[in-house]
Design a protein around this ligand. Structure first.
Ligand code: APR
Length: 250
């Protein structure tokens, strides 16, 4: 196990605000495939056919088939030690914002509280007509595309597709967190999809201490103060253990 130096960890003891950006990599150890890795989803499927609004209008049944496939997979997986470590870290920091690109709901299941879902949540649906958001229980696929229980309009997964605007409130909160935090952690993301990918740089320019955890280098690596080559499911629990041990000795 890579040793994590205590020097920079001490910053967590004086930091009043920590912001975290997570990507698919933090859920990889739960068994959720990433998008751009060796066996990533975009190696097998074409995002332009499955994850954009035109594709949905052209072939809503295919898009629903793809999201139901991912939903079933996600309903079977559980948070891993990386998710739980972030929920624990949140309790130990005065102000903590967990900004996630993931739609798998695993941060919430792990107990994190202040979660900012930039790309929506695959377990929710949204009506194209009335905009009502509903859960994924008892959906009726007999006509191919499920209908809104409120108005009978067509339902879509409540996730952000390529080319779509992110939820306004979520992106505003994410920018505010990046601009005001003392420490910004970039965990398990290739950091190539805008606007999420702009957040670490915004934090860096505002003087935040940048910590990255990823088995591979990313565009963030060039300016991160600390970039750990490893898995979040292993390194995050070690960081929290060291911080907890530190407070117990204090
Ligand atoms: N721990 C930490 N990082 C990991 C792990 C792990 N165990 N396993 C893989 N990674 C890293 C990979 O090295 C890669 O850098 O996670 C990253 C996953 O990158 P992507 O697959 O590109 O996922 P992400 O960055 O979340 O993609 C952003 O793109 O397709 C859209 O909307 C989708 O939210 C997604 C966005």
């Amino acid at each position: 196990m890579k040793k994590i130096s205590d020097i920079w960890l001490n910053r967590f003891k004086t930091a009043s605000s920590v912001a975290v950006l997570t990507g698919a990599g933090i859920s990889a150890e739960s068994g959720v495939p990433t998008f751009r890795g060796e066996d990533g989803l975009w190696k097998k499927f074409r995002p332009e056919e499955l994850a954009n609004f035109d594709a949905f209008l052209k072939n809503p049944e295919l898009v629903w088939e793809w999201y139901n496939y991912r939903r079933k997979l996600i309903e079977e997986v559980k948070p891993n030690p990386g998710h739980f470590a972030l929920a624990e870290l949140e309790k130990r920091v005065h102000s903590f914002s967990l900004i996630t690109q993931n739609v798998d709901d695993l941060h919430r299941k792990a107990g994190s509280q202040n979660i900012i879902e930039l790309h929506g949540n695959i377990l929710r649906n949204r009506c194209l007509s009335c905009g009502r958001v509903s859960g994924s229980a008892d959906m009726d696929f007999s006509e191919g595309v499920p209908k809104c229980p409120q108005c009978g309009g067509r339902l879509r997964p409540d996730v952000v597709w390529f080319g779509e605007m992110l939820p306004e409130e979520a992106i505003q909160k994410a920018y505010a967190a990046a601009e005001t935090c003392d420490i910004f952690m970039v965990l398990g993301t290739s950091a190539v999809v805008y606007p999420a990918s702009a957040l670490p740089e915004i934090a860096f320019r505002k003087g935040a201490f940048i910590v990255e955890i990823n088995p591979e280098a990313t565009p963030v690596t060039a300016y991160a103060h600390v970039s750990l080559r490893g898995k979040t499911g292993e390194l995050l629990p070690e960081i929290v253990r060291k911080l907890t041990a530190g407070t117990e000795n204090d």
